[in-house]
Ligand binder design. Structure first.
Ligand code: 13P
Ligand code: SF4
Length: 339
C-alpha cells in the first residue's frame, strides 16, 4: 500500500514545462486510492500492466509492472505468465502484445489510442506498394497497425532499426511509415558503409517533427555545455545537431552515466523528462518537451475500469490470419535484432 504523502514526495519534482504535470499533495490524495485498488485487483486477477515511458507519471510510478520502450515492452509481453495484459500506451503496442500472446486477454485503457505514424498507412496502401515494388523487402516500424504488419516482412523499433536493416539479407528495402526515421536510416547506412536501395513512405510523428535545428542553435548559445539527445523520429537536421540518438530507453540509459556538469536537452516526448526528474534529479534538463495526446489519454480511472469490467472495445481482438502473418513479421525483428 502506498500513501499520498509518499507519492507526493516522489513526484513533486516533476515539472517538464507543462503545468498539467505538476503534482500536489491533493492530486496525490486523489490518485492513491485508485492506485491501491488497481494493485490489489492486479494480484487477484493475475494481471500485469505494461506502460510506455510516455504515459502519465501516476501510471508509471503507481501501477506499472514494466515500463520501457516499444522493444523492451514487446520482450516483456513475450515472457509474461500473467493471464491479462493491460497495455498503457497506444493501440499498436497492445496489438503487438496480442500478436505475441494470442491466448491472453490484452486490454487497452486509452480512450484516444491512435498514433500519427500508425494512422498514416493502411493495409491496402501496402498491398498497392508491394505490387509497385515486387522486388523490395517491406520493413515496417513497430508504429503500424497489425494488418499493416501482416503485409510486411520485418518489423523494427527505434532501438534496433539500424541493426535490423543492416543485418537483413535484402538490399532493396521499402521502409514505412516514418519518413524522417527513413532518412536517418539512409544516412546511418552510408556511415556504416552499407549500400542498400531504400524507398520511403510519407508518415511523420507529430510530436518529433516539431523539433527544429534552429531551436537547438539558440539553446547551444545560451548553454555552452549543452548536450542534445534526440529520438530517431526527429529529422536528420536535428540529429546532426545531437550528441546522442536512441530509443526512449536508450536515452535514459545514456543519462545514467552522463556527467552532472552538463545541461541536457531531451528531444522527445515529456515522459522522458519526467522520468529523469524523478530517477536522476541531479541531472540538469533545459528546454521544453512535447506531449503525445495519444499516450496521455491513458488514465488511472480507465485502467481500473478495464480491470474491473472490460468491455469489447477495451479488448484487442485480431483476425487469426492477420495475427499469424503479423507474428512472422515481429519474429523476424527478434531474429535480425539479436543477430
Ligand atoms: P520507443 O520505442 O523509442 O519508445 O518509441 C516509441 C514511440 O512511439 C516514440 O514516439
Ligand atoms: Fe505515435 Fe509520435 Fe505519439 Fe510516438 S509520440 S505514439 S510516434 S504520435
Amino acid at each position: 500500500m502506498i500513501t499520498p504523502e509518499y507519492f507526493y514526495n516522489k513526484l513533486k519534482i516533476i515539472n517538464p514545462g507543462a503545468c498539467i504535470h505538476n503534482y500536489t499533495l491533493s492530486k496525490c490524495e486523489e490518485f492513491v486510492p485508485v492506485i491501491n485498488r488497481i494493485n490489489e485487483l492486479k494480484k487477484k486477477k493475475n494481471a500485469v500492466i505494461l506502460a510506455h515511458s510516455y504515459v502519465n507519471p501516476e501510471i508509471v510510478y503507481g501501477v506499472a509492472d514494466f515500463v520501457g520502450d516499444s522493444y523492451g515492452l514487446s520482450k516483456d509481453a513475450k515472457k509474461t505468465d500473467a493471464d491479462i495484459i493491460i497495455f498503457a500506451a497506444v493501440k499498436f503496442m497492445a496489438e503487438t502484445a496480442k500478436i505475441l500472446n494470442p491466448g491472453k486477454e490484452v486490454l487497452v485503457p486509452s480512450q484516444y489510442n491512435g498514433c500519427s505514424l500508425a494512422d498514416s498507412i493502411t493495409r491496402d496502401d501496402v498491398i498497392t506498394l508491394r505490387k509497385q515494388y515486387p522486388e523490395y523487402s517491406f520493413i515496417c516500424y513497430i508504429n503500424t497497425n497489425a494488418d499493416v504488419k501482416a503485409e510486411c516482412d520485418i518489423c523494427v523499433t527505434s532501438s534496433n532499426v539500424y541493426n535490423v536493416i543492416e543485418n537483413c539479407p535484402s538490399d532493396k528495402i521499402y521502409f514505412l511509415p516514418d519518413r524522417l526515421m527513413g532518412l536517418n536510416i539512409i544516412e546511418e547506412m552510408k556511415r556504416r558503409g552499407i549500400c542498400k536501395d531504400i524507398k520511403l513512405w510519407t508518415g511523420k510523428c507529430y510530436v518529433h517533427e516539431e523539433y527544429k535545428h534552429e531551436m537547438i542553435y539558440q539553446l547551444k548559445f545560451q548553454f555552452d555545455n549543452l548536450k542534445v539527445l534526440a529520438h530517431p523520429e526527429c529529422s536528420p537536421e536535428v540529429l546532426h545537431q545531437s550528441d546522442f540518438t536512441g530509443s526512449t530507453s536508450d536515452l535514459l540509459k545514456y543519462m545514467e552515466t552522463a556527467s552532472d556538469g552538463n545541461a541536457y536537452l531531451m528531444l522527445t516526448e515529456c515522459g522522458i523528462t519526467s522520468r529523469l526528474q524523478v530517477e536522476m534529479p541531479e541531472k540538469k534538463i533545459v528546454g521544453s518537451c512535447t506531449l503525445c495526446k495519444y499516450m496521455r489519454s491513458n488514465t488511472l480511472d480507465d485502467i481500473l475500469r478495464v480491470l474491473e469490467n472490460p468491455e469489447d472495445n477495451d479488448r484487442i481482438i485480431l483476425n487469426e490470419d492477420i495475427s499469424l502473418k503479423a507474428l512472422t513479421c515481429v519474429e523476424a525483428m527478434f531474429k535480425y535484432a539479436e543477430k
